[in-house]
Design a protein around this ligand. Structure first.
Ligand SMILES: C[S@@+](CC[C@H](N)C(=O)[O-])C[C@H]1O[C@@H](n2cnc3c(N)ncnc32)[C@H](O)[C@@H]1O
Length: 275
């Protein structure tokens, strides 16, 4: 997979640091993507975003590829906690009745939570909005960079309430499996939350834009089943796993309780009554 970093000239220093840490080449902001590029990471006045290049063979020039952006994937992916969908959900999203809050116990308690598969941090943000301190882990370096960018903007551009939410969120870049294995008992969280990549769905199913990006960038999280036994041995009160509604339970372990929505299910593995 080939990724380049495009940047507005004013962000040259930040772009050089990021490109070095991600080990990807830098290209000029106005440079047209070449046919071998899978993703462009873009650093500009709006922050960091990711654009997938959908390339098609140009029938008029055999052997050459035409750069054509798929309409469905036109918009870029960014981590945005301040506007759009997450803002709407924070203000009007059903409050304590949200399934994720019932599943994690946040409708009645304020547990500390570890999100072992943070992705773009949407679920962690919802949990932190409800009052939880959330420690997030993300191992895919580009996804982690998008998340760092979103968290930075939440800290610097958010209103008072958003800054309070930002202060509840901590990100660790790296594999949660290793971190969990090395965790001291005194550091164990009340709740562990898991949302590994869903297995590839059949072609007929409509995969949301963000999900399609993730499938290409992150892969299938084939090792996800290993997280659950470790999570169960670590959490104080419960482990929660987000699954597609009709998917089998992770690692074949039957949950004690399920919250089912239209397309998603939260499998709850209670360990001890929350107080
Ligand atoms: C489906 S996404 C999570 C989406 C997230 N819940 C959200 O609301 O944005 C799964 C993410 O978990 C990450 N991941 C999977 N296994 C991991 C592990 N062992 N350690 C850290 N990150 C992991 C993947 O890189 C991917 O970005």
């Amino acid at each position: 997979m080939r990724v380049v970093l495009k940047f507005e000239a004013v962000y040259q220093v930040e772009a050089e640091t990021l490109a070095k840490s991600l080990r990807i080449p830098l290209v000029a902001y106005d440079q047209a993507p070449t046919s071998d590029i899978d993703f462009e990471l873009i650093l500009d006045h709006a922050g960091l975003s990711l654009r997938q290049q959908s390339l098609e063979r140009d029938a008029t020039q055999p052997g050459k590829r035409k750069n054509k952006t798929d309409n469905k994937n036109k918009a870029d992916i960014r981590c945005d906690f301040i506007s759009g969908e997450l803002r709407h959900r924070r203000l009007y999203g059903g409050g304590k009745n949200q399934m994720i809050l019932k599943a994690t116990g946040l409708n009645k308690h304020k547990p500390s939570i570890m999100d072992l598969t943070a992705g773009l941090g949407r679920d962690s943000f919802v949990l932190a909005t409800a009052g939880a301190r959330v420690t997030m882990f993300e191992r895919q370096p580009i996804v982690a960079a998008l998340l760092v960018d979103g968290l930075q903007r939440l800290h610097t551009a958010g209103d008072e309430q958003e800054v309070t939410i930002a202060e509840r969120l901590t990100l660790h870049e790296g594999d949660s499996l290793n971190c969990l294995a090395a965790l001291a008992e005194s550091e164990a969280p009340d709740v562990i939350y898991l949302d590994p990549m869903f297995p590839e769905r059949d072609k007929a199913a409509k995969v949301k834009k963000a999900m399609a990006f993730f499938h290409h960038l992150v892969g299938a999280d084939d090792d996800a089943a290993a997280l659950l036994p470790l999570a169960l041995a670590t959490a104080r009160y419960r482990v929660v796993v987000k699954r597609p509604r009709h998917a089998p339970p992770l690692a074949g372990l039957i949950p004690g309780l399920c919250f089912e929505g239209k397309s998603t299910r939260f499998d709850v593995y209670p360990l001890k009554k929350m107080t």
